[in-house]
Write a protein of this length. Structure first.
Lengths: 339, 339
DNA sequence: ATGAAAGCGCTAACAG
DNA sequence: CTGTTAGCGCTTTCAT
């Protein structure tokens, strides 16, 4: 009813076999200096013979350097989240960290204690992928309890401006949203509508700012769930309205939903209607027609989040942002309005 | 340069504050019987006051019941993998387990030691989402080292038939692949082609079996990578061939790629060409045109994998498969060949 | 119903 | 360069 057979080899077994103290073994497995080459070799041989592998729990407990990150998120299947996670994993693996992932329910309420409960122990390093109320709450809770061991991605809108930014990593989707909106305007569209993802994304701000700058009153935002299906429904009325010629969508999935709805409503794209998404998900370029969207380097941001966390943990050289800036990728779902 | 401020409260702090021994506190946090109600209340109050939370590493080290699973996989962004992971997470959370995820590089070679390295300690419970050589290798390595603490999903083709199935959980995609093939044949297609995902999936076997049963020699399989783009390229020649009227694709992404290629080649779907995918990913129903595909309950399988693992760990009632069987979902990318 | 003692496997701080 | 001594915070097992 239980796991394996005999008790796994411990550091003491290795020590005995190599004829050294357990401490020397510890030094070897931690690549510490001050070990004679011959000793090191002998220990390594013993390790190999015994199939010894260090016990992570023991290491953590004994207070060695931290080697794990917990990622808090609500939905691993959303493109942005999944990619960010990938980036974190990549970077963490390179650094020899293991990744714990804790998925929260977007429809539940979490107390501070509930959030802390998700860490392996108090003060454990964490990265929050914040894009909704639940994750934003988790972010705040950890921010207060362990500011030195927290990094969050996203949520630009969620924190006060004066707050130091040394614990957050995000893409400037606001600026690019404004750019996308201006691009549509410049092609002759008189108005640009916005179909919003559930998260209060700053891209919405960029959109309305750009409209305001152009002297246009932003129309009412249409809200959608995260799924393609939800978007298709939410946008049904919008696409049916012949006066609507351009829709900016909170992400690619919503854009696909809009495209579907437009097709059903008999409106051609981009002839009757221009549609722009956010994410540049893998399908965007291969949709029929290919989707105009915004390239968002979530994977890079994930890497950046990990690097920043590690920096906070261990010091060392300041990590510099290394991800691509958001960029508008014009494909075939956008064009001038048909006159 | 380090985490939080003062040392987090330990079981001893709680004990002192509640005026009991640390052992009693342990009993309380483990819901053990044999604790007076008043004592229990007092301890709980102390826990709340101090904001105490048990340290997972210490618990694990001390040999308490295991409360974590490590999931080994190669790609968290593939639909099937992501959904399976979701299912595992859901079930694990319900059971109070934490989920460790270890993502392997599909293009690397891993020794047995490399695989074991990814577990927090020897004998730690693991679930392998096996769908390529790397994960299949990990599955075998763990199978040998710790048969009692391993469950794998997928990989029906990877193990000998006589092997007991008490550690694997999978969808019967072979049968449904045969059914899909027969469905195409029954509509009048003389031949059905297959665009394969990199993984040696049993759906390919189902396809060729169905053709053979119908007295048709299966055409050469066309191989594709996992991405939509790769599929579009891999299928370019196939879709350009007017004698090809039906293509079964290894998954939905490949199908989207084929649809894209077909569009570029000027072949109409389903008039000139029928296309069927696997997965019923969220986009399938909303593609233009909606994709005929196979519903695969990965999330259910993920749950099932966790339940099975837990059963192996703790005994208890036999978990029964609770996921949906694969089912063909006919939408608008399939039909009779144009005569 | 509660407490005391021992130890899980490891690292840290000190001795040599 | 190497060994010794203390814990880390918790759960056993055995007393009481």
């Amino acid at each position: 009813m239980s796991a394996a057979g005999p008790r796994p080899a411990s550091i003491f077994d290795v020590a005995k076999r190599a004829g050294v103290s357990h401490q020397t073994v510890s030094r070897v497995i931690n690549d510490a200096p001050m070990v004679a080459d011959t000793t090191r070799a002998r220990v390594k041989a013993a390790i190999a013979d015994l199939g010894y592998r260090p016990n992570r729990s023991a290491r953590t407990l004994a207070g060695g350097a931290v080697r794990s990150v917990t990622v808090l998120t609500t939905d691993t299947s959303l493109y942005g989240t999944a990619e960010t996670l990938r980036g974190i994993e990549d970077a963490a693996r390179d650094a020899g960290f293991s990744v714990l992932i804790s998925v929260m329910d977007p429809d539940r309420a979490y107390s501070e204690a509930d959030v802390l409960e998700r860490l392996p122990h108090d003060g454990a390093p964490a990265i929050v992928i914040a894009h909704d109320e639940v994750t934003a709450g988790a972010m705040q809770a950890l921010r207060e309890r362990q500011p030195g061991a927290l990094v969050a991605t996203g949520g630009e809108h969620l924190v006060a401006e004066h707050d130091s930014a040394d614990w957050r990593v995000f893409l400037d989707d606001r600026t690019v949203a404004a750019r996308a909106t201006r691009y549509l305007l410049s092609m002759g569209h008189k108005q640009v509508h916005y179909l919003a993802i559930p998260s209060k994304a700053s891209r919405q701000t960029g959109w309305s700012d750009a409209l305001a700058d152009a002297g246009i009153t932003p129309p009412e935002v249409v809200h959608s769930g995260w799924s393609v299906g939800a978007a298709a429904e939410a946008a049904a009325a919008l696409v049916a309205d012949p006066s609507v010629t351009a829709i900016l969508c909170g992400n690619d999935d919503l854009a696909f939903g809009v495209l579907h709805a437009a097709h059903r409503a008999g409106r051609s794209v981009p002839g009757d209607l221009s549609v722009i998404g956010f994410d540049d998900s893998p399908l965007a370029a291969y949709h029929v027609p290919p989707l105009t969207t915004v390239d968002l380097d979530f994977r890079g941001v994930g890497r950046g989040a990990f690097e920043l966390l590690r920096h906070k943990l261990e010091g060392g050289s300041d990590p510099r942002p290394s991800w691509r800036s958001p960029e508008l990728v014009v494909r075939e779902t956008s064009g001038p309005p048909r006159q």
